[in-house]
Design a protein around this ligand. Structure first.
Ligand SMILES: C[S@@+](CC[C@H](N)C(=O)[O-])C[C@H]1O[C@@H](n2cnc3c(N)ncnc32)[C@H](O)[C@@H]1O
Length: 262
């Protein structure tokens, strides 16, 4: 087991290990191996509800690593959302606000970005970031884990990046979420393909896109399209109600080889 834990350390990204803390152990977030141990026994809900995202500064080193753009493709991803100036987009599980600047640019000064996270430390981190980056159209909002915090018909588009697999009690959560969309609105889910690609959580935490589709259909959503945009992730676009035409499904992206472990 310890061999496996060490093998996984260099593969860290979203939802995995924060970088090795510089502070003394007592002030640091949970050690990487501990986080993996939690992942591996399948109780990652406890990790989210506990404190694993509480050290926002440490997570920011991963979430906002400039190298992430090469595979997360934020410019292409936000372009694919087809946001227009004046729209309201809600980003659920916004983390450190990696995407908020891109979203703010897409909706413009007259639009609105609602950056939601259930982790108070992430909320504080994003509030400071909004000030720093001068994006007043970004409203940072704290939610409860089981509730999006969105009001009825508040958003034109709801985005969830690398967060779907963290949501607990998904059927009830997503059945309620539909009320937050304005007529014609969409829900876009971005998460990791199954397997052990270089980035993303361990395989046990990943949710197959077909399972996401089945779960969301059970909650009243219909898959409109799946965009073959990102090398390691699926991008699924949903709207409320059953599909009237066959959705376009992309083939699973090839999984890049794992980073060799020293
Ligand atoms: C892996 S991070 C992704 C952050 C960001 N979307 C990104 O891609 O950089 C997952 C985030 O979702 C948040 N989160 C987990 N469960 C949540 C829930 N039920 N509601 C809102 N946020 C949640 C965590 O606190 C964390 O900041």
């Amino acid at each position: 087991m310890s061999k496996l834990l060490f093998a996984l350390l260099p593969l860290a990204f979203a939802c995995q290990d924060p970088p090795a803390p510089a502070e003394p152990a007592s002030a640091a977030p949970a050690p990487a191996a501990e986080i993996h141990a939690v992942h591996e026994d399948g109780t990652h809900g406890e990790m989210v509800a506990g404190h694993s995202f509480a050290n926002a500064e440490q997570w920011a080193k991963l979430f906002d690593d400039p190298g992430r753009d090469a595979w997360q493709k934020p410019v292409e991803l936000v372009a694919a959302l087809e946001l227009a100036p004046g729209m309201t987009v809600a980003d659920i599980g916004a983390g450190t606000g990696y995407l908020e600047g891109h979203l703010a640019a897409a909706v413009g000064a007259e639009g609105r970005v609602i950056a939601i996270d259930s982790e108070p430390a992430m909320v504080e981190y994003m509030k400071a970031r909004v000030q720093r980056e001068g994006t007043p159209q970004v409203e940072v909002r704290q939610s409860e884990a089981g509730d999006s915090s969105l009001a009825e018909a508040e958003a034109d588009l709801i985005l969830m990046v690398n967060t779907y697999h963290h949501i607990t009690e998904r059927p009830a959560y997503f059945a309620r979420l539909g009320a937050a969309l304005r007529p014609g609105g969409q829900l876009v889910v971005v998460d990791y393909h199954p397997g052990d690609a270089p980035h993303g959580p361990p395989a046990v935490m990943r949710v197959d896109p077909s399972v996401v589709q089945a779960e969301l259909e059970g909650a009243g959503w219909g898959l409109r399209k799946s965009l073959p945009l990102l090398p390691e992730q699926f991008v699924q676009v949903y709207s409320l109600g059953p599909v009237k035409v066959e959705p376009v499904i992309d083939a699973p992206a090839p999984v890049a080889p794992a980073v060799p472990v020293e």
